[in-house]
Write a protein that binds this ligand. Structure first.
Ligand code: NAG
Ligand code: NAG
Ligand code: NAG
Length: 180
């Protein structure tokens, strides 16, 4: 019986050590956060279009953009000017998924230039927001290469918007943690 108690005690001690090691690893991984900051240029028309509506919602909902689907291949630059250094591209789609509100569901990959500091790595972004929010937030749900197992979030603000063309420049702050 005494030896049974000793084995239980030993088992509990081992479990405590393993748990402590596991939580240390989690803290170390969380400390390894990278902040990325850049601008995204959405051009809706003209010769250099980067954002295209590929599906239009049902005509029965004429007052609503519900069901509209856009494909994007928007340049990401380090500064707000379109001529700033290109750091990558945001490729994917967004879907207007709210009948009465202004809900936007986004699924996109941020792909970084092979000659840049993030060397061809990607960050997968997914999430939903109401388009009338001044600051929008999306989730980082994964990544590749440098950003394998990435998690985090993206804050998005409108830097400029041209009401005539619909073109916009968005400011993105990406907070991402990846296990190395
Ligand atoms: C379209 O892109 C080309 C090549 O980068 C550039 O020379 C031209 O000025 C752009 N046109 C517009 C309207 O932005
Ligand atoms: C970029 O990635 C490639 C392929 O993984 C690798 O061969 C190269 O050394 C990397 N370059 C830098 C600067 O990290
Ligand atoms: C909006 O775009 C139009 C057409 O390119 C341009 O003439 C106008 O100056 C732009 N407005 C702003 C505020 O940039």
């Amino acid at each position: 019986m005494a030896s049974f108690h000793r084995s239980i005690f030993f088992l509990l001690a081992v479990t405590a050590v393993v748990t402590a090691l596991a939580s240390t690893a989690a803290v170390a991984a969380d400390a390894d956060m990278t902040r990325l900051h850049f601008y995204m240029h959405a051009t809706l028309g003209g010769p250099n279009v980067t954002t295209v509506r590929v599906v239009e919602g049902p005509a029965a909902l004429a007052d609503s953009n519900f069901g509209d689907l856009y494909v994007i291949d928007d340049p990401l630059t380090d500064g707000p000017a379109p001529t700033s250094m290109l750091v990558g591209r945001a490729q994917g789609f967004y879907l207007l998924d709210s009948i009465e509100g202004s809900g936007v569901l986004v699924s996109a990959n941020l792909g970084f230039a092979a000659n840049g500091p993030h060397n061809g790595s990607t960050i997968a972004v997914y999430g939903s927001y109401a388009d009338d929010q001044p600051e929008k937030e999306l989730s980082v749900v994964g990544g590749s290469r440098k950003f394998r197992f990435a998690h985090g979030y993206v804050l998005i603000k409108t830097y400029s918007f041209n009401a005539t063309t619909g073109d916009s420049i968005l400011e993105l702050d990406v907070y991402v943690t990846a296990n190395k």
